[in-house]
Design a binder for this molecule. Structure first.
Ligand SMILES: Cc1cc2nc3c(=O)[nH]c(=O)nc-3n(C[C@H](O)[C@H](O)[C@H](O)COP(=O)(O)O)c2cc1C
Length: 305
C-alpha cells in the first residue's frame, strides 16, 4: 500500500485548511480597548528580562533572511534591536554572526532546534553559556513535521518528553524558554519541568486550524499562575495589540515579520524606530486606560468578542 510522502520540508501552506495566521489576526482585531480618560496616568513600560532592564516588553522573535537584505544583515539587525533597548531572540542557522553578536554584548538568546541527540542539544547550550547569552530557548513545535513524520535539517529533530525537559532545565543555570506552546498541556509540562517561561506561538502558520495565541493565553495563565513568564507572538505590528496581549496575561511579545519588514524597508534605523514606535503606542494605551506600569495593566479596559 502506498504511503503519503511530504515534498515540502519548509512551513507548509495547506490551502484546503484554514490559515492559522488569518484566524489569529481576526481574533486579535476583534478585541478592542475601552479607553478610560478619568484618572489617566503617565505610564512606565520598562520591563525586566533575565535581570536586564528593557525599554518595553517588546522583543524580536527569530526570523531568517537578513543576509538577503544587506551584508552582515544579522549583525545590523541585532544592533538595531539593541539600540531600541530590546532583546534579540535569534534562530539556529548562522553561528558566526551569533558569536559576533554575543561578543558585542548585545542582549540575546538563541532558539535551538529540538535536536534528537540530547547531548548535542546540551552542547549548543554550553556554547551559548560561554558566549554570554541571556538564556536559551527551543522551538518544541519542530520535533515532528506537520504530518507527524520525522523532521530535521542538517541533524534530526525529535519531540521532547517531559523527562527530557527536566534534564534540559537541570543541565544549565541559564533560564530555558519553550517556544511554540499552544496548549495548557504543554504549558503545564514547561512549568513542571522548571522552565523559566514559554512563547505561545503558531510559528507563522506552521499548523493549520491552530487556536489564536491570544485566545488560549488566559487559560494558560490561569493554569500556570506566576510559575512561568509568558510571551506571545503572531502578527504583532503595533503597541495597541501588545497592550491586548499584556491585559490578557502575557508578560511580553515577540515580533518577527513586522520587525523584518521594517528592517527590509528602512534598514537598521528603520528597525530601531519601529520598536520604539510600538513601545510609544503601548505607553499611550497604558496611560489612557489608567495602567501605570506593566504589573498594573487595567484588564477591565479590554472588550472581548
Ligand atoms: C522566514 C521565517 C523564519 C522563521 N524562522 C524561525 C526559526 O528559525 N525558529 C523559530 O522558532 N521560529 C521561526 N520563525 C517563526 C517566528 O519566530 C514567529 O514565531 C512567527 O513568524 C510569528 O510571529 P510574527 O507574526 O511576528 O512573524 C520564522 C518565521 C519566518 C516568517
Amino acid at each position: 500500500m502506498k504511503q503519503f510522502v511530504p515534498v515540502n520540508k519548509g512551513p507548509v501552506v495547506i490551502k484546503e485548511a484554514a490559515s492559522s495566521n488569518t484566524i489569529s489576526d481576526a481574533y486579535k482585531d476583534s478585541i478592542t480597548i475601552a479607553y478610560q480618560f478619568i484618572d489617566s496616568v503617565e505610564a512606565d513600560t520598562s520591563f525586566t528580562f533575565c535581570g536586564r532592564t528593557l525599554q518595553s516588553p517588546i522583543m524580536a522573535g527569530p526570523i531568517g533572511g537578513q543576509k538577503k537584505i544587506m551584508e552582515d544583515g544579522q549583525l545590523h539587525y541585532a544592533r538595531a534591536i539593541s539600540e531600541a533597548g530590546s532583546v534579540y531572540w535569534t534562530d539556529y542557522h548562522d553561528i558566526n554572526a551569533w558569536e559576533t553578536i554575543l561578543a558585542e554584548g548585545i542582549y540575546g538568546l538563541r532558539v535551538i532546534k529540538p535536536l534528537a541527540d540530547l547531548d548535542e542539544f546540551i552542547a549548543e547550550i554550553r556554547h551559548d553559556e560561554q558566549g554570554g547569552a541571556l538564556a536559551f530557548a527551543s522551538d518544541i513545535d519542530h520535533g515532528l513535521t506537520v504530518y507527524g513524520t520525522k523532521d530535521g535539517q542538517q541533524k534530526p529533530f525529535a519531540p521532547r518528553t517531559a523527562a527530557e525537559l527536566k534534564q534540559i532545565v537541570q543541565a544549565s543555570s541559564l533560564p530555558f524558554y519553550l517556544k511554540g506552546v499552544m496548549s495548557v498541556h504543554d504549558a503545564l509540562a514547561a512549568a513542571e519541568a522548571g522552565a523559566a517561561g514559554i512563547v505561545i506561538s503558531g510559528h507563522n502558520n506552521r499548523f493549520p486550524c491552530a487556536v489564536p495565541p491570544l485566545k488560549i493565553l488566559p487559560a494558560i495563565r490561569t493554569a500556570v499562575g506566576d510559575r512561568l513568564q509568558i510571551f506571545v507572538d503572531g502578527g504583532f505590528n503595533n503597541g495597541y495589540d501588545v497592550f491586548k496581549a499584556l491585559a490578557l496575561g502575557a508578560d511580553g511579545v515577540l515580533c518577527a515579520r513586522a520587525f523584518m519588514a521594517a528592517f527590509a524597508k528602512d534598514g537598521e534605523d528603520g528597525l530601531t524606530n519601529k520598536i520604539l514606535e510600538m513601545g510609544a503606542q503601548l505607553k499611550g494605551a497604558m496611560a489612557n486606560t489608567g495602567s501605570p506600569d506593566l504589573k498594573h495593566i487595567n484588564q477591565d479596559a479590554l472588550i472581548l468578542p
